[in-house]
Write a protein that binds this ligand. Structure first.
Ligand SMILES: [Zn+2]
Length: 330
């Protein structure tokens, strides 16, 4: 089974301002640690780039949710896309990527924050196509539909949200289309998940190259030329343990650039806990809880945000029921 990465280049240019900020450090390779999002900016600030090796967090997602190959690739690419986009936000901000397809996978969701915390979820983790083609493509599994990107800012009541139609269903192209439609940013977005012959995650990660609005054509031409030359699949490069710098270098050939410090380790993280799950059970109401207790039904609950499974004992359910009963007396 081979893996096709999601690579894109869409959009055109217009004038809005969204220039990168932040201090600069000497250009360094970053081979010491592959588990951060590494950010780079061209020395004229026209192009910003991020790369990440997300193998561990995507493997963690697969382990929690026991996802089959196509759902793994779908959630994995979404997680990588969310991580890369979140790294370009500001301190404390978060980004959610929601793919709502008409195909059998239905909904794919990933959430990441500036600090590298990420989680992902798919409605149908066990989905298998009738037959696998030689290349894993998401197009049929996701089908047409919509991509929504939500950006949350602390202290802001309303998140910023943009929705675009899915242009390919391979996720990378769709994120690039969103960036262009919503933020006038033209980008090259390569997101990849490489599976071994058993369908397990062997490598995952990606690169996003964003050209700021209003940038002169010669830089754009250069990046497009580089993109054509850089035809290696990103997941294979990550599998070969290329450094974050080596991942982005092919795209930035001939463009001087600098790494921006971004010292946040990525980790699979969800705010769920056994306590929260128990609290969520109260929504069932006394009658249903009593019924579960009468039937001596243990409860298997899966977090809808990260796929983490929880098992609640009869005792747990009894406690939830008693607390609910008590509060109903007040
Ligand atoms: Zn969770």
């Amino acid at each position: 089974m081979s893996n096709s990465d999601s690579k894109s280049n869409t959009g055109s240019f217009s004038q809005t301002n969204d220039s990168p900020s932040g201090s600069q450090s000497p250009n360094e390779g970053g081979t010491e640690n592959n588990h951060r999002v590494h950010r780079f900016v061209s020395n004229d600030f026209a192009v910003r780039v991020a790369s990440v090796n997300a193998t561990d967090v995507v493997a963690k997602m697969q382990q929690l949710q026991q996802t089959r190959p196509l759902p793994t690739v779908a959630v994995g690419r979404s997680m990588v896309g969310a991580l890369l986009m979140a790294s370009q936000l500001k301190e404390g901000q978060e980004v959610g990527v929601l793919v709502q397809g008409e195909g059998p996978l239905s909904r794919v969701y990933a959430h990441a924050d500036f600090h590298g915390r990420v989680r992902g979820y798919v409605n149908v983790p066990q989905y298998e196509p009738a037959s696998y083609s030689s290349v894993l493509s998401l197009q049929e599994a996701i089908g047409g539909g919509m991509l929504t990107v939500v950006r949350h800012q602390p202290f802001q009541r309303q998140p910023y949200q943009g929705t675009v139609p899915l242009v390919s269903g391979e996720i990378g192209d769709d994120i690039a289309f969103y960036l262009h439609q919503s933020q006038q940013i033209r980008s090259v977005t390569s997101l990849g998940v490489f599976l071994d012959t058993y369908g397990r995650v062997e490598a995952a990660g990606g690169v996003i190259v964003e050209v700021m609005p209003g940038v002169e054509d010669n830089i754009i031409d250069k990046i497009e030329e580089n993109q054509k030359k850089a035809s290696r699949e990103i997941s294979k490069m990550i599998r070969e343990k290329k450094s974050p710098l080596e991942l982005v270098q092919p795209y930035l050939d001939g463009i001087p650039f600098t790494e921006i410090p971004h010292p946040h380790y990525i980790e699979y993280s969800c705010p769920c806990s056994a306590e929260r799950v128990k609290n969520a059970l109260t929504i069932l109401g006394l009658e249903e809880l009593d019924d579960m207790i009468a039937k001596q039904e243990k409860s298997h609950i899966v977090c809808q945000m990260c796929g983490r499974p929880y098992e609640l004992s009869i005792e747990d359910i009894q406690n939830v029921r008693n607390a609910l009963y008590k509060s109903s007396l007040h």
